[in-house]
Design a protein around this ligand. Sequence first.
Ligand code: ADE
Length: 422
Amino acid sequence: MAAQSGKSWVLAVTAQTPTNIAVIKYWGKRDEELILPINDSISVTLDPDHLCTTTSVAVSPAFTHDRMWLNGKEVSLSGGRYQNCLRELRSRASDVEDEQKGVKITKKDWEKLHVHIVSYNNFPTAAGLASSAAGLACLVFSLAKLMNVKDDHSRLSAIARQGSGSACRSLYGGFVKWIMGKEENGSDSIAVQLADEKHWDDLVIIIAVVSSRQKETSSTSGMRETVETSMLIEHRAKEVVPKRIVKMEEAIENRDFPAFARLTCADSNQFHAVCLDTSPPIFYMNDTSHRIISCVEKWNRFEGTPQVAYTFDAGPNAVLISHNRKAAALLLQRLLFYFPPQADADLNSYVIGDKTILQDAGIQNVKDIEALTPPPEIKDNTQTQKYTGDVSYFICTRPGRGPVVLTDESRSLINPETGLPK
Ligand code: ADE
């Protein structure tokens, strides 16, 4: 087999992969096993400096079985989705040679060798921020590098898709389309990049992580129930989304923010309408989500042209995409006016990510939030009620890059001697 006779070795690769937010939503599968969707979707990749997964993968003849540790705890890899990704990657692995270590692995060796996977998300998994998208994309990307899989990102996206549908879109930075495909085997259900993150770098994204006590319906079962019981979903998938995809691609190409914002909000609202049309109905948004929509709608109407777009996934968190830094600062003032931190809270942990937006909003401390006046679009006093504690925290971010290999050994999560988590 592999490598230098007699001596054990560990070969490792570390990668970082972003998460993404869909602006034309994926909801509903035509094949549950292969994770094939009933419509195309489009997403914006989020800056990995603020939201990402880092994964180290290693191979060694000393490993006795495939193992994974997620956020410091060992987790099982026995699930079908992980197994499908591992099988697909092994079948595409190539020869690997590391002269320094005296390691030579042949294509055939990969069938017998085992891997260790150590992964961390830099945001709470429980915050409902699509951690599985970044996580599965990172797992596939890092293992593909370790195993010298020669397929391009689109082919890798088809493997990541089998781990978690929306993971396929995290294989690229910027603006990404997941093409639903027609083939029964899913070979043409892949992600492609529409434009990189530099194409439209004025956009600023603010995520409101909304406090929730409610146990949410998982996306997998929610989608299944919608496809089985909703009449609206067929109209959405066949009539509405195909036209919206064309318009959204145009809006992104032309950096047409009003069109982008209208399409994004309309698609989020239709996705949640389809959830309500499911039997029994699925509620992902809560009162706080609705208040955020109302705040944005009122402001956009007052300005006469959209300043900010909102979109909500399968949970109550709001993802707010603003036209530029100026609009983002004005948005943050509004959000902090309605959703101030609790009295003992630290502003630094209440607004995280790109802090310069907070500076642009003229907010240095909690006193500055108390001094905020009601936004001018509020004509009477009915909407000036405050909802302290209803938002856990805000993340300021922007469109970001795709996956990268981290070559700096200090970034590895795996001990190079033992092959176990550091
Ligand atoms: N699910 C959620 N986060 C993940 C990660 N980082 N790796 C694999 N699966 C995940």
